[in-house]
Design a protein around this ligand. Structure first.
Ligand code: UD1
Ligand code: CA
Length: 473
């Protein structure tokens, strides 16, 4: 009796060796960020959705940086890096990967500079590829302006051919469907056809798409898998990278809208790929939610706000402000016009008002820093209130020192708290004081000269002035 059929094995090959000349950049093209993560990160994530047994990344220029970036993401399985000594084309790049692909039954090929290919597209590609028992399959997509691209001729999922623009009849030129660089192959057919690919083309390169024509000529089945990206662009030039980001942003924003987040103007809202937002949160225009940011439910964020690598609790409100590396508890309000810097933790109901800078500080429950203040390297107790113009003088030119303000304390306007210093629980400081010594709980600390009164001053001054001017005329 034959044993159980062994599972198909799959190798993913990601092409990342191109020079990216059109970008004019020092950064390798596959490391250019798109919606907060490098293009290659998006492509690796898409490849992982196919659950490949191995991942091969073909690298060239900037190999070390690409390697370092991949290591920092820790993808599983850990990719094998293969060097393409010279960028002789996408077909050549796949050929260079052959030894690393080994005996896998199927080969998924993706371009490291095409971040629009998502997990769902890779899954659809493999589904159709397997169902149609094709030797090769390719994702195709419709675009507004297909000029410059080869046009796809197909009958359902059956690919008939790809005609290059210069060879196309006027009718064929009207076709708006083009092929992407996302392929699934049966390994044997792929590597049998690849050596037959020539370089008789404008760039003198071995083009991977030529494999499809070779397979079709042999009578093999090739499938075309349509996908809708709302357009098409890769990270080829700065202009197309911006277009790719725009299309990916649309997809990200559509996801948030579908999950119950209000984006007042989705076209003017910039949300990185890993950001999470809770239901019924409203995001106003010109807001940038970046990195590993998590926003709770029922928040109001923006307008004109940038939040990076921060956690924002339910019901919080942040407007016209910049928040980075911070944790804001439920119901915290920030802004307008404040800067909340790394290491800030604001507990439930705390208020960071207008023109306030906070850094490496813990603001207690319900504590208030309503206006014009600098709070750095400090601990502010629950319900404490810091008057306008309060400054924690945390830096002596050599080292940073901490300020500790107790619960329910009231720091008067324009108080300089020269750290290290402590203001006790419930203590009060007089407006304009320079506090250099600890203030005991419940006490008042005032540091300023007594006020003097000079009676009749104004009349005397006015008279003096009048005398001077009459003499001078
Ligand atoms: C490629 C495809 C085109 C497809 C388009 C989709 C070819 C010849 N063209 O065009 O059919 O419509 O993507 O976006 O396949 N690379 C290497 N080694 C090389 C050359 C390229 O690793 O020698 C890598 C590049 O780094 C890049 C990818 O392959 O990540 C695609 O190469 P690129 O030059 O960007 O091709 P496109 O002109 O975008
Ligand atoms: Ca490209």
């Amino acid at each position: 009796m034959p044993g159980p059929k062994p599972a198909r094995s799959l190798a993913a090959v990601i092409l990342a060796a191109g020079q990216g000349k059109r970008l004019r950049s020092k950064l390798p093209k596959v490391l250019h960020p798109v919606c907060g993560r490098p293009s290659l990160w998006h492509v690796l994530r898409a490849a992982a959705a196919a659950r490949p047994d191995r991942i091969v990344v073909v690298v060239g220029v900037g190999r070390e940086r690409v390697e370092e970036a991949i290591r920092s993401w820790g993808p599983s399985p850990e990719p094998v890096l293969v060097e393409q000594p010279e960028p002789l084309g996408t077909g050549h790049a796949v050929l260079v990967a052959e030894p690393a692909v080994g005996d896998a039954d199927e080969v998924l090929v993706l371009a490291g500079d095409d971040p629009l290919i998502g997990p769902e597209h890779v899954r659809a590609l493999l589904r159709v590829h397997r169902r149609t028992r094709a030797a090769a399959s390719v994702i195709v997509t419709e675009v507004e302006d297909p000029s410059g691209y080869g046009r796809v001729l197909r009958d359902g999922y059956r690919l008939i051919g790809i005609v290059e623009e210069r060879d196309a009849t006027p009718e064929e030129r009207r076709i708006r469907e083009i092929s992407t660089c996302a392929y699934a192959f049966r390994r044997e057919q792929l590597f049998a056809a690849l050596p037959l690919v020539g370089r008789e083309n404008a760039q003198g390169e071995h083009y991977l798409p030529d494999v499809l024509g070779i397979l079709l000529a042999k009578g093999e089945r090739v499938s075309a898998v349509p996908a809708d990206f709302g357009g098409w662009a890769g990270v080829n030039s700065r202009a197309s990278a911006a277009e790719a980001a725009r299309l990916l942003r649309r997809r990200i924003n559509a996801g948030h809208l579908a999950r119950g987040v209000t984006l007042v103007d989705p076209e003017r809202t910039y949300i990185d790929v890993e950001v999470r937002i809770g239901r019924d949160t409203v995001v106003h225009p010109m807001t940038f939610l970046e990195g590993a940011t998590r926003i709770g439910q029922d928040c109001v964020i923006g307008p004109a706000t940038r939040i990076r690598d921060s956690v924002v609790g339910d019901g919080a409100e942040v407007s016209f402000s910049v928040v980075s590396g911070a944790r804001l508890g439920p119901g915290v309000t920030v802004g307008p016009y404040s800067h909340v810097r790394p290491g800030t933790v604001a507990l439930e109901g705390a208020r960071i008002g207008s023109f306030v800078e906070v850094k490496n500080a813990r603001i207690g429950r319900g504590a208030k820093v309503p206006h014009l203040a600098y709070v750095g390297d400090a601990t502010v107790g629950a319900r404490a209130n810091l008057g306008a113009g309060t400054v924690t003088v945390n830096y002596d030119g050599y080292r940073k020192h901490r300020t500790v303000i107790g619960e329910d304390a009231r720091v008067g306007s324009d108080t300089m708290l020269v750290a290290p210093v402590r203001v006790g629980r419930g203590a009060v400081t007089g407006a304009g004081s320079v506090i250099t010594k600890d203030v005991p709980a419940g006490a008042l600390a005032v540091e300023r000269a007594e006020q003097r009164i000079v009676r009749g001053y104004r009349a005397r001054k006015d008279a003096e002035h009048a005398r001077r001017t009459s003499r001078g005329s």
